[in-house]
Ligand binder design. Structure first.
Ligand code: AMP
Length: 561
């Protein structure tokens, strides 16, 4: 398939606003794709190069793209930046630059969907010294072979900013429409996607083998899926009664504040750790890997756990910020493991041996875990828990948990299957403090005076799950230490989309955990709400924009206060 054909799909999607029409366009493109490009197409239509379970990123910033467009077209950077500022989109600016150049020369080769995809896969693998230059050359190679429209979409793809409004739901419906019985099979596609986390595999299986094969797709070791999420309980009594089994019993478990870990094992000793964002952090946590290997008497499994760091002097839990240093550390890993040692608290088992346990009740998943798990004190333990039907017993467990410094408890339904990526109400958290919000940064401003190189004062936005848009709820004016300001700048600088004076529009990717005094209704922000005195609790590098709190949560908290 020529890349130009995909570009025309993108352009039709862009020109259409209705969900049904977008689904039709996408279904037609999938149905008519050649077999060997179908999987790639299912990824690229959503601007993805890799399936979701693979956390590899391209590591391409706007300034790298600008360099590449200069390289490919000979148009000076300041003109590209002018166009970028005018159009608000670097893809559009790249199209202009190519248009200008192509009046002089013609593109030398035809881009295909497969060649663009392969090139981007390769680019993601460039590491170490000289890798930035190689990336510039590679993107320049693509832009240099593109016509203006192709250049626009190549650039949007490498920046991960498609602006097409094609979410997982539209892709799901389009796959069902293209290869199965339409809406009647949308649930089967959704399930297959949830358990594989791989749009390419789902589209290919639906097309080649049909419904039965799709229904047979399941969880696989080393292909991590989205975690099951928890809602917030109104009260302990409600949580216990909402989540009770036939005997009225619910599981009440300590809610630890650390890194959610997915521990995958296959074969003799090959154990890997993935974060909630599915990043492979095996190399950074040799202690977790070793403890898991020793504690679990099985070869193949997938466990879920919270990894909590503690201070070796005092034995007290350290804040997430301190622990997250371990994720970033690529060298001196052993010293770091001594500086911030961890305890692994295991709370679920999704696969054991040949059996996926996703559809099994939590009770059976935990029985399966207990049969092979032998805790090692302080290194790897079961999450502390009680099974109870008595809300008072649950409250007294909660009080002990909070008194020993944890943020609260999780209450879980023992009859519930595992629902990847969804907040279906099988788990509820009961926390002691006013709930902080996880919000996405949409804009930031360069600071004044001695810190003028640093970006701060972020605008914060919640997520609208229906449209995929980010709706602003306020702006943080204070609360950054110098170190946080520096870390924040490093994170957001590569995400700058356009600049107006000292303010920068950002690709919505960075998530901050934010505390505040109160939520007010407000015409100032497009969410209709404003946080009063928002302040930074933590930069949540473990969360992505899809993990941000929704407008529904903001509304609920507003009503509750
Ligand atoms: P929150 O981030 O407040 O929505 O809480 C959900 C997170 O709590 C999960 O993603 C886990 O990382 C964490 N967590 C801590 N302890 C547990 C537990 N016992 N069971 C499930 N999740 C837990």
């Amino acid at each position: 398939m020529e890349y130009a054909a995909l570009v025309s799909v993108y352009e039709r999607l862009e020109a259409t606003s209705g969900t049904h029409d977008k689904t039709d366009i996408l279904a037609e493109a999938l149905a008519t794709a050649e077999e060997d490009t179908l999987g790639t197409l299912a990824l690229l239509v959503r601007g993805k190069v890799f399936p979701n379970w693979d956390s590899t990123t391209l590591g391409v910033s706007s300034s790298l793209v600008t360099d590449a467009v200069v390289d490919a077209t000979g148009v000076p950077a300041d003109r590209i930046e002018d166009w970028w500022r005018e159009a608000g989109d670097l893809g559009d600016a790249a199209a202009e630059a190519v248009r200008e150049k192509s009046q002089a020369t013609l593109a030398s080769r035809t881009l295909t969907v497969a060649s663009v995809h392969e090139t981007l896969e390769e680019l993601a693998g460039y590491e170490g010294s000289g890798s930035q230059d190689r990336k510039v050359k590679t993107v320049a190679g693509l832009v240099g072979s593109a016509d203006p429209a192709e250049a626009r979409w190549v650039v949007r793809t490498v920046l991960g900013a498609m602006r097409l409004g094609v979410g997982e739901g539209i892709l799901r419906d389009a796959i069902a429409q293209a290869f199965l019985d339409g809406a009647a099979d949308a649930d089967a596609v959704e399930r297959a996607y949830a358990v594989t986390n791989d749009a390419a595999l789902v589209a290919e299986t639906a097309s080649r083998e049909g419904l039965q094969a799709l229904e047979a797709l399941d969880l696989r070791v080393f292909r991590p899926i989205k975690p099951m999420l928890a809602g917030k309980a109104d009260s302990m009594a409600d949580a216990v009664s909402d989540l009770a089994d036939d005997d009225g019993v619910a599981l009440v478990e300590t809610k630890y504040d650390g890194i959610r870990a997915k521990l995958h094992a296959d074969g003799d000793g090959d154990v890997r750790m993935f974060t909630r964002r599915l990043e492979d952090v095996t190399a950074q946590f040799p202690d977790v890997i070793e403890a898991t290997r020793e504690a679990v008497a099985a070869d193949r499994y997938i466990l879920e756990a919270e990894v909590v760091g503690y201070d070796p002097e005092t034995g007290e839990a350290v804040p997430f910020q301190e622990l997250s240093r371990r994720i970033k550390r690529k060298r001196g890993v052993d010293a770091m493991a001594e500086e911030v040692p961890v305890t692994v608290h295991v709370f679920d088992c999704l696969l054991l041996g040949e059996d996926s346990l996703l559809a099994e009740p939590l009770r059976d998943r935990l029985d399966a875990l207990d049969a092979v798990f032998d805790p090692i004190a302080d290194r790897i333990e079961r999450a502390d828990h009680r099974r109870t039907a008595d809300p008072e017993a649950a409250v007294s467990f909660y009080e002990t948990v909070v008194a020993s410094g944890h943020e609260g408890v999780m209450v879980k339904n023992l009859d519930a299957s595992y629902q990847p990526g969804s907040r279906v109400g099988y788990q509820l958290k009961v926390k002691s403090t006013m709930e902080p919000l996880d919000l996405v940064v949409t804009r930031a401003k360069w600071s004044e005076g001695r810190k003028s190189d640093f970006l701060g004062r972020p605008y914060l936005a919640c997520r609208d799950p229906d449209s995929g848009a980010f709706l602003e709820v306020g702006r943080m004016h204070t609360g950054f230490t110098d170190a946080q300001l520096e870390a924040f700048t490093d994170l957001v600088e590569p995400l700058i989309e356009s600049v107006d004076g000292r303010e920068a529009d950002l690709r919505p990717e960075v998530v901050l955990e934010v505390e505040y005094e109160e939520i007010q209704s407000s015409p100032t922000y497009d969410s209709g709400y404003a946080l009063r005195f928002p302040r930074l609790s933590e930069i949540r590098t473990d969360l992505g924009p899809a993990d941000a709190d929704t407008i529904g949560t903001v509304e609920r908290l507003y009503d509750e206060q």
